[in-house]
Every structure is written in structure tokens, then in C-alpha cells.
Write a protein that binds this ligand. Structure first.
Ligand SMILES: Cc1cc2nc3c(=O)[nH]c(=O)nc-3n(C[C@H](O)[C@H](O)[C@H](O)COP(=O)(O)O)c2cc1C
Length: 194
């Protein structure tokens, strides 16, 4: 199974989650690859903010996603920061560029997952997940939800996907606890593998 993870990340949280998720999927025998969407002024922000500069090179090393990235995937996972309860404009611009694919139904039946990072509110993160989910539904993709995992205690995750809370100015980077959540999500994905 080929899984293409497409991200937008400014200060690195989404990149950290995506890299961990990619490693875990590869360990599970899934051909997981990481792509980014265009962000034309990321380098300008990186010159002003250390937290943006920290992962800039890693992020820019990723190939930029296009329609082929979607068409080659059996599973598409989107990761984008939360912006006012939605996804970022950069991720939205990429998804908007795929409109023809919903009319041709060329992605129908592929699998879908999503994750986000935000400052302080799981609730706003959950809205951001839903905004990506609406795209997936337009594309007739099949959503694999995070669902309910009482064994991962107090993880406070929405059922739709994974949310990381960074606190103020990246004071909380994705931790082992979020790793437990991602591991559970990978277990669900493996069940759909064949
Ligand atoms: C314009 C803007 C709007 C934001 N809106 C929200 C929001 O609605 N809720 C929230 O909790 N965080 C919000 N954030 C914080 C980002 O989602 C957060 O910094 C995220 O972790 C960035 O991910 P990254 O490190 O991968 O770039 C906002 C940030 C910016 C710059």
C-alpha cells in the first residue's frame, strides 16, 4: 500500500508529527512518503523567527505535492496547522487546485486521514480536521477516523484525526504521549492495508 502524507508546516510541529507517522507506517510495511505544499514566503518568516528556522531545511527538502501525488496513493493523509479553526491558506490553495478530481471521481475509494497542530484548543483543531475531511468527502475518499481509544489515557483527541497542542510559541513539541496516539492510529490503518 502506498500512503502519501501531504503537509504544510510553518514552525515544524506538523513536520515532526508527519515524520514520526511516516516512520511508523514504514515499520508496518506501508510505502509511506512525505510531501509538502507550496509556501512561497516561509523563508522570510524563518529569517525572523527561530522556531520557523529550526525545521526550514527539512521541510524544503520535501517534494511539492501535485495531482500525481494524489493519484499514485492508495491512502492520502493531510497535515496542516490550524488557522482560526480551519486549515492554512497554503493547504487550502493546494486542495482548491484539485477541484477537477472531484468531478472525475478519480480518487474515489482511496483511504484518507488527517492531523493538525494548534496553540491551545482541541476544539479549533477539530474544526481544522473537519475542513480537510470535507475535501476528502468531495473526493469520495474513505475516512479512517482516529475513533475512541480509552487505553491511551487523557489524550483528549477528537474522533476525526490527530490534534497536537503546542501551547504558546512552540513551548510544547509533539511528545511521547502524542506518539502513543499516532501508534494507535497506525494500528487502525494497518487493518485497512489489504
Ligand atoms: C494566523 C494564525 C491563526 C491561528 N489560529 C489558531 C486557532 O484558531 N487555534 C489555535 O489553537 N491555534 C491557532 N494558531 C496557532 C497554530 O495553529 C500553531 O502555531 C501550529 O502549531 C503551527 O503548526 P506548525 O508548527 O506545523 O507550523 C494560529 C496561528 C496563526 C499564525
Amino acid at each position: 500500500m502506498r500512503c502519501n502524507i501531504i503537509i504544510h508546516s510553518v514552525s515544524g510541529n506538523i513536520y515532526i508529527i508527519a515524520s514520526y507517522l511516516q516512520d511508523k507506517l514504514i515499520e508496518a510495511g506501508i510505502d509511506a512518503r512525505l510531501y509538502r505544499v507550496e509556501d512561497s514566503d516561509l523563508h522570510i518568516l524563518a529569517a525572523k523567527k527561530d522556531s520557523v528556522n529550526q525545521y526550514l531545511e527539512d521541510i524544503l527538502e520535501l517534494s511539492v505535492a501535485n495531482e500525481e501525488t494524489l493519484e499514485k496513493a492508495d491512502m492520502i493523509i493531510l497535515g496542516a496547522p490550524t488557522r482560526f479553526g480551519g486549515m492554512t491558506a497554503e493547504m487550502k490553495a493546494f486542495l482548491d487546485s484539485t477541484y477537477d478530481m472531484c468531478e472525475t471521481r478519480s480518487l474515489e475509494g482511496r483511504l484518507f486521514g488527517c492531523f493538525t497542530s494548534c496553540a491551545h484548543s482541541i476544539c479549533e483543531g477539530s474544526h481544522a480536521l473537519d475542513s480537510m475531511l470535507y475535501w476528502a468527502q468531495n473526493m469520495a475518499l474513505l475516512h479512517i477516523p482516529y475513533g475512541v481509544h480509552p487505553e491511551v489515557r487523557l489524550s483528549n483527541q477528537p474522533v476525526a484525526g490527530i490534534v497536537h497542542l503546542e501551547g504558546r510559541d512552540n513551548e510544547i513539541r509533539p511528545s511521547d504521549k502524542l506518539g502513543d496516539v499516532i501508534n494507535k492510529y497506525v494500528e487502525s490503518i494497518i487493518r485497512y492495508k489489504n
